[in-house]
Design a protein around this ligand. Structure first.
Ligand code: SF4
Length: 345
């Protein structure tokens, strides 16, 4: 009766029904469930308190679509980048960024990306497919194991800022976060999770309607439609006014944090006029923070990072207008692990 259903699609009740149907004891279901979600097993072989025969039977009846680490590189600044391989041979990447107070995992939500933002390495690749919820979960579990092994402490934060647009893989991202935050699985606080979007207004509203408990970051990167259309094609169908409305809706419904992300590109969006426009957008959104991000050079892309003086003048201007601004310096540049550089190299 091989149905080859993905075993991680089953909830505990369905697992119990399965064990009963094959004439085994119901408590075996609990043991298997713990292997899946508490001990983060990634194969039936690891389930050592189940008999060999039972493990064999499970492998006959179900698939286990776990991901594997292909290679891991460590940057001079301690950042770890891993390339993962999926059960059907696709590659994608995840990063752990250690700082004094926190270890943040940056995870991917899709293989490639369909949005083609002009400054981003992932955007130069085609979107192959969405990641399934259990693949996203595996990524976080593996990065957590790496965090413990390399820095002695588990992940404290997770950001969905790796490859792909998370809100175009809405169901799987939400389902993965449900597992990551569930007490019967990883049990992380949703307040430590941030989903970053290039700006899909309809799905931002949906997050509000679904009353999610995690935080949201908008990759704004330009504060007028004219400029934003030029560097982020998605703005043509999701303009700044639509995003402002959607973010206000999200905040009204959830009261969760909203951050604006703004990567500084030399001569493109880093003038004082750009800063002035950014202040106008900031005032319309219930956001508490603007992260100004240092751009990382990407091979084959003509943008360069803003120079020190312009960066300073830009952030001084914002601070002078009482904008809560933080500069995010690049991490993991030497291994292409920095923001916008993920491209399976
Ligand atoms: S910045 Fe994000 S949404 Fe834009 S192309 Fe890169 S991965 Fe896709």
């Amino acid at each position: 009766m091989a149905d080859h259903r993905n075993i991680r699609e089953l909830d505990l009740t369905e697992l119990k029904a399965y064990f009963e149907a094959i004439g085994d004891k119901k408590f075996r279901a609990m043991q298997a469930y713990e292997w899946l979600w508490k001990k983060n097993a990634r194969s039936f072989d690891e389930m050592s308190n189940l008999s060999l025969d039972l493990r064999k039977r499970l492998a006959e009846d179900f698939s286990f679509n776990s991901i594997k680490v292909d290679i891991t590189q460590q940057s001079a600044d301690g950042t770890l980048k891993s390339r993962f391989i999926t059960h059907d041979g696709h590659l994608m990447e995840g990063v752990v960024i250690p700082t004094e107070k926190r270890n943040t995992a940056c995870v991917s939500s899709q293989i490639g990306c369909s949005l083609s933002c002009k400054f981003c390495a992932t955007g130069q690749m085609d979107r192959k497919r969405n990641l399934h919820f259990d693949e996203i979960y595996d990524q976080v579990a593996i990065l957590n194991e790496q965090s413990l092994a390399h820095y002695g402490t588990p992940l404290s934060n997770i950001v969905f800022m790796g490859m792909g647009e998370p809100l175009l893989n809405y169901k799987n991202v939400n389902r993965a976060i449900e597992r990551i935050t569930s007490p019967d699985a990883m049990g992380m606080s949703p307040k430590r999770i941030t989903v970053s979007t290039a700006g899909v207004a309809k799905m931002i509203r949906q997050l509000g309607d679904d009353e999610v408990r995690f935080n949201l970051a908008l990759s704004l990167h330009a504060a007028t439609d004219e400029k934003r259309n030029r560097i982020m094609g998605i703005n043509e169908t999701n303009n700044i006014d639509a995003l402002v409305d959607a973010l206000n809706h999200f905040y009204q419904k959830t009261k969760n944090d909203i951050t604006l992300e703004y990567v500084l590109l030399r001569g493109e969006n880093d003038s004082l006029e750009d800063a002035e426009e950014l202040v106008k957008v900031y005032r319309k959104i219930p956001t508490h923070l603007v992260n100004v991000i240092e751009y990382n050079q990407v091979e084959g892309i003509h943008f360069t990072k803003s120079d020190e003086d312009s960066t300073q003048a830009f952030t001084d201007y914002l601070a002078g207008k009482r904008v809560n601004v933080r500069v995010r310096r690049s991490r993991g540049k030497d291994i292409d692990a920095a923001c916008g550089q993920l491209a399976n190299k």
